[in-house]
Design a binder for this molecule. Structure first.
Ligand SMILES: [Cu+2]
Length: 459
């Protein structure tokens, strides 16, 4: 293998991911593990070429070692227990203790070697989504390499050729392994750290699970009907806030490895899509948005100037994606008087509670739910329940934060007179319905064309 390495970058020789022998295994770098599901501080590069590290929302960056000019990483594919939000844990598959796996950060032109050890009960592989690399390093089981069997370690080696945002995930029993949470982010930083520079650079993946209320393990044969919608395998209110200093240029890179698209919407600011999986968008080709749709298998980098202090929502605009499990397939009961039927059902089920007569709001209700289940819509804000779950978080913009301060600053203190308030006293009259131009009535009949506040208009 060492001879193969030697000519890897000097000839056009065929290269592919390779199995590590037992003797070589002794020289494998350790695989760091992460036990926490909270956002870890950005990893300033301790060696190698300089770059501006990213912040992985509810995640972390994988440390590496330098060996003879190679940046060596070690991914462990393994079963993990991930806290989806306080009060709910899931049995997932992931890498190095968490799902998603750690973010891998490298610099354009680095010589990168990744050891992948399989501790799953079935074969796997790692596909480096979006990269230009030797075909044999692309990680497609059966097509470019054999599957990595349980207990085996494979090596991938390539030189990331272009700066940008990428993902990694298995290309082996994909439906099962992605539904179990096997995925991660890959950032290739530019050679010149001043290029594409922003003040804060956040990354997270969109993922989804189908976990029945009260259970721990995703149903992996689900094709579309998922019930837990997550940022980096966390559901609101388990998703950390995105913290920025007023005046910062903020980038958020979002990859979608669910089975549906997600229109991601930011409150209070316009942004531009500055990057896709295919690279950086030239300045002249960018346009302003407040929502960008991210299709399956896509990545979007958005950038904005954080110049409006406050607590701004960032969420998927599909409203069932800002809900947790339970409550699907419920009929719309708005306006239905359930008093009589409630009385009858209560005789059979003493705790029965009719729901939805005045709308679906349940954020403020304390309902008994099964263990290991998140409320459907929840999260307490400073004014009460936020009534959200799933793919929702808060971008907290504050004046005067330190450059490296990502701590949650608490709720925004609104300047006096800048909150919506309860109307009291004299109000303008409610407008009347507009009068419709009269049509010629049908012969011999009185036709009611419009109803106004003064009664039906008769013609
Ligand atoms: Cu969505």
């Amino acid at each position: 293998m060492s001879s193969r390495r030697n000519f890897l970058f000097t000839s056009g020789a065929l290269v592919s991911a390779a199995l590590v022998s037992r003797a070589q295994a002794a020289a494998i770098p350790e695989a760091p593990l992460q036990s926490s599901a909270s956002t870890q501080a950005p990893l300033a590069p301790p060696n190698g070429r300089p770059y501006n590290p990213v912040v992985t929302l509810n995640g972390w960056t994988l440390p590496w070692r330098m060996k003879n000019g190679w940046k060596e990483f070690h991914l462990l594919a393994e079963p993990v227990v991930r806290e989806i939000a306080p009060g709910m844990k899931a049995n997932l598959w992931g890498y190095n203790g968490q799902s998603p796996g750690p973010t891998i950060e490298v610099v354009e032109g680095d010589k990168v070697r990744i050891f992948v050890t399989n501790k799953l009960p079935e074969h796997t592989s790692v596909h480096w989504h979006g990269q230009r690399l030797p075909n044999g390093m692309d990680g497609v089981t059966g097509l470019t390499q054999p599957g990595i069997k349980p207990g085996e370690t494979y090596v991938y080696e390539f030189v990331p050729k272009r700066p940008g945002t990428f993902m990694y995930h298995p290309h082996a029993d994909e439906m099962m392994q992605m539904a179990m949470g096997m995925m991660g982010f890959w950032i290739t930083h530019p050679k010149d750290p001043g290029q594409y520079r922003v003040d804060r650079d956040f990354v997270f993946l969109l993922n989804a699970y189908d976990i029945d209320p009260g259970s721990f393990t995703p149903k992996t044969s689900t094709m579309l009907d998922f019930n837990l919608w997550t940022f980096n395998s966390r559901a609101f209110p388990g998703i950390d806030s995105i913290v920025a200093r007023k005046g910062d240029r903020v980038r958020i890179r979002i990859g979608n490895l669910t089975m549906t698209n997600h229109p991601i919407h930011l409150h209070g600011h316009e942004f531009e899509v500055t990057g896709t999986d295919g690279g950086w968008v030239p300045k002249t080709a960018r346009w302003p948005e407040v929502t960008t749709d991210i299709a399956v298998g896509q990545m979007r980098a958005i950038e904005f100037d954080a110049n409006e202090p406050g607590d701004w929502a960032l969420h998927c605009h599909k409203s069932h994606h800002t809900m947790n499990a339970m409550g699907h397939n419920v009929p719309n009961m708005v306006g239905v008087d359930q008093r009589e039927i409630s009385k009858k059902i209560s005789q059979l089920i003493p705790d029965y509670m009719a729901m939805g007569e005045t709308g679906g709001s349940m954020g403020g209700m304390e309902m008994p739910i099964p263990d290991n289940t998140l409320p459907m819509m929840t999260g307490q804000g400073q004014f009460g329940s936020i009534e959200m779950g799933g793919m929702f978080t808060v971008v907290k913009i504050r004046e005067g934060l330190a450059h490296n301060d990502y701590k949650d600053p608490g709720w925004y203190k609104h300047p006096k007179g800048t909150n919506a308030f309860l109307a009291e006293g004299e109000m303008p009259p409610a407008p009347l319905a507009p009068k419709t131009a009269a049509k010629k009535p049908a012969q011999g009949k009185e036709v009611i064309l419009n109803v106004t506040r003064d009664g039906p208009m008769r013609h």
